[in-house]
Design a protein around this ligand. Structure first.
Ligand code: PEP
Ligand code: MN
Length: 264
């Protein structure tokens, strides 16, 4: 079902009038984690003012270590839904377990599956009937074929609205957190009809590389970008402050992107 052989035309996912996978670029911006109502409200206002369409933010965080901040949980879903509604943005949040799919689907417009869960097959099966579009991140050691097979689980379960996300893979290079595989963008678009979103924040792990790799992703044909932005990155509650843009950088990036591709 994910293959272009089966479905020659591009899939365009229409969420409340925002079309993902068409001719226009969709930009998803926001913090790594939802921290407080004030934080997410302030960032939502900035995403909207810059011209973004989707507010990102994790309420449930998949942390490498068990003692790190794990996210504010269901309260965060509520905070984000309110901020999205107030500022006229769609919302995307990560869901980590099948038990939480229904509640995440109740509050968010798009469900994100993180790199660590790309092959959590019970979770993927549950997404087939969640009633929301899904952004499926590529596992950091997954091949294109493995990513497409993971998408297949969701499609086969009855949900046609899947976006594929390149978020960087693990290579021998340690200067960057991951290696953003730009080649994935045209390859996935050739093999599949699904929209492809690029995540240069996790793909590089370094703020100063996010802007050039966003532009490179758009040049390679990405249908959208997901970008971390924070008003106070040095004090953010996850380690992802180092890869989060400052609000003025985010706004400047979107201005520059308009020259490369029309933003919805
Ligand atoms: C995130 O988007 O904050 C995140 C945890 O992403 P990934 O699953 O790509 O590491
Ligand atoms: Mn993050």
């Amino acid at each position: 079902l994910a293959s272009r052989d089966f479905h020659p035309e591009n899939t365009v996912i229409d969420i409340k009038g925002i079309k993902i996978g068409g001719d226009e670029l969709v930009v998803m911006g926001g913090p790594c984690a939802v921290e407080s109502p004030e934080q997410i409200d302030e960032i939502a206002a900035l995403v909207k003012a810059a011209g973004g369409q989707v507010l990102r933010g994790g309420a449930f965080k998949p942390r490498t270590g068990p003692y790190s901040f794990q996210g504010v949980g269901v309260e965060g879903l509520i905070m984000m839904a309110e901020a999205g509604k107030k500022h006229g943005l769609l919302t995307i949040t990560e869901v980590m377990t099948p038990e939480y799919v229904d509640i995440c689907a109740e509050y968010a417009d798009i469900l994100q599956i993180g790199t660590r869960n790309m092959q959590n097959f019970d979770l993927l099966r549950k997404l087939g009937t969640c009633g929301r579009p899904v952004l499926l991140k590529r596992g950091f050691s997954a091949t294109y074929d493995e990513l497409l097979n993971a998408a297949e689980y969701i499609l086969a379960g009855g949900n046609p609205d899947v976006m594929l996300c390149e978020r960087g893979i693990r290579t021998f290079e340690t200067y960057t957190r991951n290696t953003l595989d730009l080649t994935a963008i045209p390859v996935l678009q050739q093999l599949s009809h699904l929209p492809v979103i690029s995540d240069p924040s996790h793909g590089t792990g370094r703020r100063e590389l996010v802007e050039p790799m966003c532009k490179a992703s758009v040049a390679a044909g990405a249908n959208g970008l997901i970008v971390e932005m924070h008003t106070d990155p040095d004090n953010s509650m996850t380690g992802d402050g180092v890869q989060s843009l400052f609000p003025d950088q985010f706004a400047g990036l979107l201005k520059d992107l308009e020259k490369l591709a029309p933003i919805v």
